[in-house]
Design a protein around this ligand. Structure first.
Ligand code: GLU
Length: 499
């Protein structure tokens, strides 16, 4: 047998909200670890909190993981030998293990109500004391006292007996040794009065039964880990390895929250972030490939380089600008076909498409046209959000206009006269019933410039703004070819008239 069996790791979200950046990063690091080590990535849904768990959240978490491409080997819809993978379907297993702990007197029944606890806490703090979490009121009830409480129909929870002496520690995969004195550990509830296990108990039972070797999660769980280790010990089970990832901060180095901007994975999707870019950026939140290695990477490249040793122990700040930069780099790396696939829904959503009346040279349909349009952008296609602004003029007269460019290049008498003259010349020289190639536009522009005794640029610059609304574009002859002669002439005339 090999010394280090392939790891089994899990992402264990509670379906009580959307998949946010922190959860997605936890899922990603587990996935990367599994994929880089030939291990197994398990998805387990921790839905024992009946009040807060929702179907909607469950569906959103699955959608988020799917969007990022974090496929799980075992879990909902994937099956596996250790299911069910929804905790609400595993209640018998928790009951069975509770019974064992009860038979071994490692847990005890607690009849304290929330009001009882509040009253006692108040009494302690009013007297200047410190309430440690639970005062072990029920830890030593006699069988008679228990019988009385039960006969009175009092609901009871179960608490774990925790030791008073010594310490509980583990060697964290990310933060090194963590140690807690047992005196500070509370006899927490492991099964609630409604019969449902608490997160602590269900998590340990499942991690053990599912053969989890490494528990990688956010460091908001550090305070749960010693208690969970005590549960493992009570059950006589080996303790898995733990790694706690530092939290994600906002750019102001306060805990990342809605007030910093988007935090749920699906929000980033609507902001035009590509899943590959999101995955790449999340991987860099707390991990770095080291040295001068490039940061823009595909999932496969990240898997090859990933190592837990290179996960940092200090909090990482979420940098929206860096995410956008990585996103634009990913777009630049796409093939023409991939860009087309990405852009097509964006234009169809707006009702944009090729109109045969435009008379476009060599384009027999919207896809072919869009392919040419994207070709004119080249690497200036760097964001799905700005794309409609960049290419809108190819599809509609109601496109974005840069007012500064307009004022600088179109709004003068000389420019207006040049535009009107060019419109006339194009109309006279070109057959508007057939599509025209770029060269035909070029020829008319050059002869018109010569006839008017001006530079070609004196026609080109105002034409560019009149046609595209922008002062930067692909070569103007190609732009004219793709806008088509009828619309080109119309826009030149409109600009000449409006100035
Ligand atoms: N259900 C817990 C959460 O969503 C999982 C914690 C863990 O990974 O153990 O925070």
């Amino acid at each position: 047998m090999s010394q280090n069996p392939a790891p089994r790791v899990r992402f264990a979200p509670s379906p009580t909200g959307f998949l946010h950046v922190g959860g997605a990063r936890t899922a990603l690091f587990n996935w990367l670890y599994a994929r880089s080590q030939g291990g197994t990535f398990i998805l387990r849904i921790e839905d024992t909190d009946q009040q807060r768990s929702t179907e909607e959240s469950y569906a959103a978490i699955l959608r988020g993981l799917n969007w990022l491409g974090l496929d799980w080997d075992e879990g909902p819809h994937a099956g596996g030998d250790f299911g069910p993978y929804l905790q609400s379907e595993r209640l018998d297993l928790y009951r069975e293990h509770l019974d064992r702990l009860a038979a071994e007197d490692k847990v005890y029944k607690c009849f304290c109500t929330a009001e009882d606890l509040e009253a006692r806490e108040k009494a302690v703090t009013d007297a200047g004391g410190v309430w440690e979490g639970y005062d072990r009121h029920c830890a030593h009830l006699s069988p008679e006292e228990i019988a009385v409480a039960e006969q009175a129909g009092k609901p009871c929870a179960w608490r774990l007996r925790t030791p008073d002496e010594g310490s509980t520690f583990w060697y964290d995969l990310i933060v090194d040794k963590r140690e807690f004195q047992n005196t500070v550990l509370v006899d927490r509830v492991i099964v609630k009065a409604d019969g449902f296990p608490t997160y602590q108990f269900a998590c340990v039972v499942d991690d053990h039964l599912m053969g989890i070797t490494h528990v990688l999660r956010g460091d908001d769980h550090v305070s749960n880990t010693p208690f969970q280790i005590l549960i493992y010990q009570a059950l006589g089970w080996p303790v898995p390895k733990f790694g706690h990832m530092p939290m994600i901060l906002g750019p102001d180095r306060k805990r990342l929250s809605k007030r910093h901007g988007a935090t749920s994975v699906e929000e980033f999707q609507t902001l035009g972030i590509l899943p590959a870019a999101m995955l790449n950026y999340l991987a860099l939140l707390g991990w770095s490939p080291g040295g001068n290695a490039k940061e823009v990477m595909s999932a496969q490249e990240i898997i090859k380089k990933f190592s837990l040793k290179k996960v940092g122990s200090s909090p990482a700040a979420f940098d929206y600008d860096k995410l956008n930069h990585i996103n634009s780099e990913h777009i630049k790396n796409l093939s023409a076909v991939e860009r087309l696939q990405l852009a097509l829904p964006i234009i169809t959503e707006r009702g944009w498409g090729l109109d045969p009346d435009w008379m476009i040279h060599g384009c027999d349909g919207t896809e072919a046209y869009l392919g040419r349009v994207l070709g004119t952008l080249g690497n200036r296609f760097s964001s799905l959000i700005t794309l409609p602004e960049q290419i809108g003029f190819f599809f509609t007269d109601e496109h974005f206009v840069d007012q500064e460019a307009w004022a600088g290049h179109v709004a003068s008498d000389a420019a207006r006269e040049n535009l009107a003259a060019l419109a006339d010349a194009l109309e006279a020289a070109l057959d508007l019933a057939v599509a025209q190639p770029a060269g035909a536009f070029e020829e008319v522009i050059r002869t018109t410039a010569e006839a008017r005794g001006v530079q070609a640029g004196d026609l080109i610059h105002p034409s560019r703004v009149a046609l595209t609304g922008q002062s930067r574009s692909a070569g103007i002859f190609e732009v004219m070819e793709l806008v088509g002669a009828p619309r080109t002439i119309r826009r030149l005339r409109a600009a000449a008239a409006a100035g």
